[in-house]
Write a protein that binds this ligand. Structure first.
Ligand code: TXA
Ligand code: MG
Length: 318
C-alpha cells in the first residue's frame, strides 16, 4: 500500500531521494521520478513494466526551466508552447546532451510538458530537476484519473501517491511536434486539435503506425481493459443488452428507453467534457465487474471526441 497524501513537501523529499511516486496532473496521474537520476528512471520502467523503447515525458513548472535540456524550438512550435502551456499538451523538441538516451529511447527529440494542475505545479516548482512521468498504469492498460486508481494497480510497488483529487480532463495530453515546417499531432489528447489549428492552421495527424510507433501510445492495442472489448455494431443495443454477460458503454443515454442494468454511459446528457472525464473511470469499473464482453459506442468525431474515439479504438484493437 502506498501512502496517499496531499503533502507536496513529502513528495519532493522522496523524489530527491530517487524514489518513484504517483503525481496528479490535470490529464491523468503520472508515475514520477527525478529524470536526472538514472536509478529513479529505471525504477519507473520497472514499476510500469514498460519496455525501454517507450520514451518518457519530462515535466517542468514552466517552459523556461526546460532550457538546459532542449534546443530552441521553431517559432511555429513556440507559438503553441506559449499559447498552451501550462496545459494538456506535450511538445517534442530536439534534445540537448543533458537528457539521457534512457529518457528518449535514443530518439533525437525529448517530450516536454508543463502541467497546470496546482498540486503538480507546486511540486515541480519546488524541484530543480525535470520530473519524468509516464501515465501511472501498467504498460498497455487504461490510464489512472484518481489517486485510488494508482493505488489499485501500483500501490504495492511505490511508497507514495500525491493526492490531487480527480483529474479535471481525464485524457492524456496531446503530443505535438514539427517535421519539415509542419505541425504534427502524434497523439490526440486533452488539447483539441481544433484549438491548435486555430493558431497554426491545418496540422498533420501521424498516428496509428503499428510497427515503428513514434509514440507507443500509438501502438494499435493500448489503453485496453482486460475484459474483451469491442466496438458496438450499429443498431445492436437492444439485441446485445439481452445477454447479461455483455456490458454496453454508450456515449450518451439514447432517446429510446433503456432500462437494462448492463447499459452504461460516458455522459448521460452527451456532454463531451464529461464523457472524456468518465472514459477511463468507466472502463476500469466495467473491467472489474464480471462481464464477459464490453461493447463501446464511439463519440461524435469532433473536439475531445476524436481523442475519446482514438482510445476506444485502441481499447478494442480496431
Ligand atoms: O498526459 C500525459 O501526457 C501524461 C501525464 C502524466 O503527463 N503522461 C503520459 O505519458 O501519458 P506516457 O508515457 O504514458 O505517454 C507519453 C507518450 C508515449 O506514448 C511516448 O512514446 C511518447 O509520449 N513520447 C515520449 N517521449 C517521446 C519522444 N522523445 N519521441 C516520441 N514520442 C515520445
Ligand atoms: Mg501511458
Amino acid at each position: 500500500m502506498a501512502l496517499i497524501s496531499k503533502d507536496t513537501n513529502a513528495a519532493k523529499q522522496l523524489l530527491d531521494k530517487g524514489e518513484v511516486i504517483g503525481l496528479p496532473t490535470e490529464t491523468v496521474y503520472g508515475l514520477a521520478g527525478n529524470a536526472t537520476n538514472e536509478s529513479a528512471v529505471l525504477k519507473i520502467f520497472e514499476v510500469k513494466n514498460r519496455p525501454k523503447f517507450d520514451p518518457l515525458i519530462l515535466h517542468f513548472s514552466n517552459f523556461d526551466k526546460a532550457k538546459g535540456y532542449i534546443e530552441e524550438p521553431s517559432e511555429k512550435l513556440l507559438s503553441l508552447v506559449d499559447r498552451f502551456s501550462p496545459g494538456p499538451a506535450t511538445f517534442l523538441v530536439p534534445k540537448k546532451k543533458t537528457v539521457s538516451d534512457l529518457i528518449t529511447a535514443g530518439l533525437p527529440r525529448v517530450a516536454i510538458r508543463i502541467p497546470s494542475h496546482p498540486t503538480a505545479q507546486a511540486l515541480l516548482k519546488s524541484v530543480d530537476y525535470p520530473v519524468a512521468a509516464p501515465s501511472a498504469n501498467p504498460f498497455g492498460y487504461v490510464s489512472p484519473t484518481s489517486a485510488q486508481h494508482v493505488e489499485d494497480q501500483l500501490g504495492n510497488k511505490i511508497p507514495f501517491i500525491l493526492d490531487g483529487g480527480n483529474c479535471a480532463i481525464g485524457l492524456e495530453s496531446t503530443i505535438i511536434g514539427e517535421e519539415e515546417g509542419n505541425i504534427i499531432i502524434y497523439r490526440k489528447g486533452g488539447l483539441e486539435i481544433e484549438a491548435i489549428e486555430a493558431i497554426v492552421g491545418s496540422v498533420i495527424q501521424k498516428e496509428r503506425s503499428s510497427s515503428q510507433p513514434a509514440a507507443p501510445g500509438m501502438l494499435h492495442s493500448h489503453y485496453a481493459p482486460k475484459v474483451k472489448t469491442k466496438l458496438l455494431p450499429e443498431n445492436s443495443i437492444e439485441i446485445l443488452s439481452l445477454n447479461p454477460e455483455n456490458a454496453l458503454l454508450l456515449f450518451k443515454k439514447p432517446i429510446k428507453k433503456t432500462a437494462s442494468n448492463n447499459i452504461f454511459f460516458l455522459s448521460e446528457k452527451g456532454d463531451m467534457k464529461e464523457a472524456a472525464l468518465n472514459l477511463f473511470k468507466r472502463l476500469r469499473e466495467l473491467d472489474r465487474q464480471n462481464f464477459s464482453s464490453i461493447f463501446v459506442e464511439l463519440a461524435p468525431e469532433a473536439g475531445l471526441g476524436r481523442a475519446i474515439n482514438d482510445r476506444l479504438r485502441r481499447a478494442t484493437n480496431s
